[in-house]
Design a protein around this ligand. Sequence first.
Ligand code: NAD
Length: 244
Amino acid sequence: MGSLEGKVAVVTGAAQGIGLAIATRLVADGARVVLGDLDADGAEKAAGGLGAGASAVRCDVTSEQDMTALVGEAVTRYGALDVMVNNAGITRDATIRTMSLDDLRIVLDVHVAGTWIGCKVAGAAMRAGGSGAIVNISSIAGKVGNFGQTNYSAAKAGIVGLTKACAKEFAKDGVRVNAIQPGLIRTAMTEAMPEQAWNSKMAEIPLRRAGEPSEVAAVAAFLAGPMSSYMTGAVLEVTGGRYM
Ligand code: NAD
């Protein structure tokens, strides 16, 4: 029996990359999963590949209405919400000298407001059941700050503060809130990176390789399940030792 047998989960940004790997792992561990993504076709296709225990909903994480409908789908279809993974993300890289205020605002909106809305709607659904686990996907950029990513680094640091504040507010209801800070993980987001930037990051990684989405997913499953029952407000780095 999987460690998430009978549990119901929602994963945002689950059409591809780390979100899809997390949804795949949660299904493998026994959960039924609703995949939310802006990319409706991608999410549909991804859910189709995961079998009867998965379904897809088109959603924009910056919309409270969409996120309420996403969580509502999990509760209506499967009867509850036990796990919420706030994973959807974007980048708009440039140095601050050339970055526009719009590129700051959109990145903050998707990561900080998107995760805040996810915590708010999931927290309300979980409170009703008296338990739950929320996993927020930050980034090591939120700890160290990345050159060319003032917007993204601020957003990912914001997710850490939000995670800890929510952990304090939700603890009395039996809801745990934790975050993951992945390092360099092989996905479409990082494959778009110039080769020189990729190589200079690789040189900083003690384990001497990029991580796979499944390696972030394993930690998300740990934070979602009973093995982390005494953890809340924690931030786990999944970086191959980079910036330890
Ligand atoms: P990705 O670009 O492969 O996937 C992101 C997904 O989010 C896409 O399916 C996209 O459609 C969806 N999305 C974007 N904006 C959305 C919105 N407003 N509403 C709903 N869905 C939206 O990226 P990834 O590499 O899998 O990244 C997933 C998460 O992990 C992100 O939060 C990212 O910042 C974080 N992260 C990634 C890395 C890495 O190295 N890849 C490192 C640290 C943190």
